[in-house]
Write a protein that binds this ligand. Sequence first.
Ligand code: TYC
Length: 101
Amino acid sequence: MDETIAAPRIEDETKPARPKLHKALLLNDDYTPRGFVVRVLKAEFGMGEGRAYGVMMTAHRLGSCVVAVFTREVAEEKATRATDMARKEGHPLTFATEPEE
Ligand code: TYC
């Protein structure tokens, strides 16, 4: 049978844009104990003691620190869980998210 197979058009070959990644941010405050911040970073972001301490101290000194980068859904989920963990213990500790440039 005579069949003509068309070459794929350019539009069909272009890949969909990769979704933007989002940063999970740790925000400093004046009240949450340092040890509690370290505990949350270890529990919710799987960090070891040294890395968690370093991230906590960076937020303490500079006002905020990028904890890690995820898809939007995962970043929001982790930031919410970590902030909820602090609220349950009565601390103002807050995590936020923002899209990467
Ligand atoms: N600044 C807090 C204190 O001196 C400790 C702290 C560090 C709180 C980092 C939040 O994201 C934070 N007790």
